[in-house]
Design a protein around this ligand. Structure first.
Ligand code: 5GP
Ligand code: ZN
Length: 145
């Protein structure tokens, strides 16, 4: 069975896959493509994208995701990374700028806020987040799976 492909001619990442826009290619498989990010926040910051155009994670066929994860692991191992983040943004307010699914592999070479991913982590407490409410929430979500 052939790999699922979908192209949007106006999409910058579809153009990169097609070679219409140059990129520093790292990996090229039937299902995905990896290349260096043009605006790196750390040395080795790269992107792994499906060869199936979809804006958000839930738009992708499962095969594409499996292949992408394998390639993220390959890139981390090849660079001998010990500290790194995998980031995949969905939607504008979640910091997505390019509407073709992409996974960032972002090395974290030091604990400095000057390189690598810097994360805010606003842990929620109190009303809406009590233990019994979390229990109910888990039931609600499981009921929809
Ligand atoms: P987002 O905020 O959508 O998760 O991240 C988009 C990423 O794509 C950014 O890190 C940006 O630097 C990268 N990017 C945008 N356009 C290009 C491009 O033309 N070439 C490459 N290599 N990276 C790009
Ligand atoms: Zn695309």
């Amino acid at each position: 069975m052939s790999a699922p492909h979908k192209v949007d001619d106006d999409c910058i990442f579809c153009k990169i896959i097609a070679g219409k826009i140059p990129s520093f290619k790292l990996i090229d498989t039937d299902l995905s493509y990896a290349f260096l990010d043009i605006g790196p926040i750390a040395k080795g910051h790269s992107l792994v994208i499906p060869k199936y155009h979809g804006a958000k994670l839930h738009d992708l066929p499962d095969e594409a995701m499996t292949d992408i994860l394998k390639n993220l692991k390959k890139l981390a191992v090849a660079q001998g990374l010990e500290n790194y983040n995998i980031l995949q943004n969905n939607g504008r307010i979640a910091h997505q700028v390019v509407d073709h699914v992409h996974f960032h592999l972002i090395p974290k070479p030091s604990d400095s806020d000057k390189e690598g991913l810097v994360i805010g982590w606003p842990t929620q407490k109190g009303e809406g987040f009590e233990m019994d409410q979390l229990k109910q929430l888990a039931e609600d979500i499981k009921g929809k799976l």
